[in-house]
Design a protein around this ligand. Structure first.
Ligand SMILES: [Zn+2]
Ligand SMILES: [Zn+2]
Length: 157
């Protein structure tokens, strides 16, 4: 399905084709939590990078996080430099994909039948994870990709 997104000040707008639009993957890592999810986690969707169309590209900036081992992350976190909204992650390691932040999407998204909680090892104690029966929880990365989760749950877009 095609999804539309924007930053809060609307200087940046985008559309992209997404086969993984169900917002089921909560990442509690410190980068997601601090840059895109002050409630404790961020949710990234899966989309096709070649279909990304951006208006207001001049208002974009890119953040490359410093990792624990001192290296710079290859992931390019795009955000609006006017209002600070986190918009999407693109990583040249997987150039065909782009990961829009669910919070920046204006299109109505499907409700997830279950949730995957990843990077729980980085979750501070004050964040309640609300893990329900049927959810997947991992201290680090899940074995299942965004695409595999959609396949297993019969979600095709
Ligand atoms: Zn903005
Ligand atoms: Zn994360």
């Amino acid at each position: 399905m095609q999804i539309e997104g924007s930053c809060h000040c609307a200087a940046v707008r985008f559309t992209v084709e997404s086969h993984e639009p169900v917002p089921f993957m909560r990442c509690y890592c410190s980068i997601c939590r601090k840059t895109a999810g002050t409630g404790g986690f961020a949710i990234n969707l899966g989309a096709v990078h070649a279909t990304l169309r951006v208006q207001g590209r001049e208002h974009l900036s890119v953040y490359r996080a410093r990792l624990d081992d001192g290296r710079e992350s290859t992931g390019e976190r795009h955000f609006c430099k006017r209002c600070g909204t986190a918009l999407w992650l693109w990583d040249p390691t997987w150039p065909d994909l782009v990961h829009p932040h669910a919070g920046a999407i204006d299109t109505a998204l499907p409700q997830p039948p279950s949730v995957t909680h990843m990077m729980l090892g980085s979750k501070p104690a004050w964040v309640a994870s609300h893990i329900r029966p049927g959810d997947v929880s991992c201290d680090a990365y899940p074995d299942e990709s965004l695409a595999d989760w959609h396949l297993r749950n019969g979600q095709s877009f």
